[in-house]
Design a protein. Structure first.
Length: 498
């Protein structure tokens, strides 16, 4: 009996061992913990902001960061959307590295934004509880919202600004008003945190913002016509010139708030400008119903009406057709985009097309005369008037061939129309990966001529286990499959766009 019991006990032990042995492979196949990846870019290669705001506003501080987040723990990554981020307790956030609430509020130019922005955008508060805010409601740090249309996480309208930095190597932008150089390439950290506040993944991306070239011409223009060579003098002379067109409005005589002082004014009150997030110009009388026309004006309120022309249209058309501009400043203004857009030590166009060829802006967009003739500026920033990877804008006569349709086959676009072109909004890999996620921001596509633009991709593809073919390196577009797909190739290549 005792031997029988021993036999039974031994049998049970052997069965238990066998069960453990059988279970071992199953334990080895359990789902690994999430391994998150985040890739973030500014939506454009350069945003512009004004150095002063007491006169008129062209563009406010307004940068937009877009990011895609992946769970790369499996063989194929899983896109993190708002739904699975919520179930996993994830937060996607951002924090500007080179801008801060204290630095921005101490900057004398940004102080003008704080002073005058409530007059430019009634009801807007530029500082809330000590935090600098943008007109879209986002600050210099915060959480990102998921855009189910674009399939990315966004922080819209961050009030980034080119500041004078303690690190003088960053100060490369010449100040048109004669002050010290400024940093047009502030960096932003984008991160993924769990519910305990632990950072699971992060990346740094450039958030480019600079002053345009307007003051370079308009300050001396004011002086040549008897006005002070200051922003105030420039505003006064610009108003006089504006009064000579068919509108008859010398905007230097407009007092929007009725406080007895002219300005500030916002061009998009009368000229539709999608940069302001508006699909139509509201009209000065709708924004400030009790505005005042100051004594000495030669126009009346009957003249102050919404224009039928977009702001982009009137600005580009005037400069390309003005005899004064063409004879006294630049006869080639139609092709010299840096006359107005940031160029001096900034170079808002600095992507791979610039690095590898002599492609210039007009090859893709057309020169100003072509753009006006083709009616591009009547619908500015719309995909229908912008170039794509396979074709230039309507009216352009490119000197170079665009990419073959087959090379970018399988690209998909949002169901509903959005601002900017197809590259920025398009998705070209597995139907959900943004073009920008791999290639970088428009006008600064990888590899960029600017080192800071390339730091993110360098960090992602900088592993010594990755290999690059001749002529390519870690600054090129994201192309090492193993970065997202565990177990796949570690050699850089061109992944399928389908």
């Amino acid at each position: 009996m005792r031997s029988k019991n021993k036999f039974i006990a031994l049998t049970m032990v052997l069965v238990a061992i066998a069960m453990l042995a059988t279970a071992a492979p199953s334990l080895a196949r359990t789902t690994p913990p999430p391994s998150y990846k985040v890739v973030a870019w500014n939506d454009l290669g350069m945003h512009c902001a004004c150095p002063t705001f007491a006169g008129f506003l062209l563009l406010p501080p307004f940068n937009t960061i877009r990011a895609q987040v992946f769970d790369a723990s499996g063989r194929d990554p899983i896109l993190v959307t708002s739904a699975n981020a919520s179930s996993l307790g994830l937060t996607i956030g951002y924090n500007m590295i080179d801008n801060s609430d204290a630095l921005n509020q101490a900057d004398p130019y940004f102080q003008q934004w704080i002073t005058y922005s409530p007059k430019l955008f009634p009801g807007f508060q530029p500082v809330v509880n000590g935090k600098v805010m943008g007109i879209a409601g986002n600050g210099l740090s915060g959480t990102m919202a998921y855009d189910s249309n674009l399939l990315d996480w966004t922080a819209v309208g961050i009030p980034a600004y080119p500041l004078v930095q303690a690190d003088t190597t960053k100060n490369v932008m010449t100040d048109p008003l004669g002050g010290p150089n400024r940093n047009p390439y502030p960096m932003t950290n984008v991160f993924v945190k769990n519910s305990a506040g632990t950072v699971l993944a992060s990346t740094n991306t450039v958030t480019p913002v600079a002053f345009g070239g307007c003051c370079t011409c308009h300050l001396p223009l004011a002086g040549q016509n008897g006005y002070p060579t200051t922003p105030t003098g420039s505003f006064a002379y610009l108003g006089k010139m504006h009064g000579t067109n068919s509108s008859k409005i010398d905007f230097n005589y407009l007092d929007p708030t009725g406080d007895g002082a002219s300005g500030p004014i916002r061009c998009s009150w009368c000229h539709w400008d999608p940069a302001m997030g508006e699909s139509a110009a509201p009209g000065l009388d709708k924004v400030w119903p009790n505005y005042v026309i100051m004594p000495g004006a030669t126009f009346t309120k009957a003249n102050v009406v919404v224009s039928k022309y977009s702001f982009s249209d009137v600005v580009h058309r005037f400069h390309s057709q003005s005899t004064k501009v063409l004879t006294q400043f630049d006869a080639n203004v139609a092709t010299n985009c840096y006359d107005c857009h940031p160029g001096n030590n900034v170079n808002c166009y600095r992507g791979t097309h610039k690095a590898k060829t002599t492609i210039w802006c007009v090859d893709c967009h057309g020169n100003l005369n072509q753009r006006v003739a083709a009616g591009q500026m009547t619908q500015p920033w719309k995909a229908s008037t912008l170039p794509t990877c396979t074709s230039a804008s309507a009216g352009a006569t490119p000197a170079f061939a665009c990419h073959a349709t087959s090379a970018v086959g399988g690209t998909t676009y949002p169901a509903s129309p959005t601002l900017f072109g197809k590259f920025i909004n398009g998705r070209g890999h597995k139907g959900s990966i943004k073009c920008q996620t791999c290639h970088g921001e428009a006008h600064a596509e990888a590899p960029s001529t600017m080192t800071l633009d390339n730091t993110q991709l360098s960090a992602m593809q900088g592993s010594t286990s990755y290999s690059f073919p001749a002529g390519k390196d870690k600054t090129y577009a994201l192309g090492v499959c193993n970065y997202c797909h565990s177990g796949k190739t570690t050699t850089w290549g061109v992944p399928p766009h389908q």
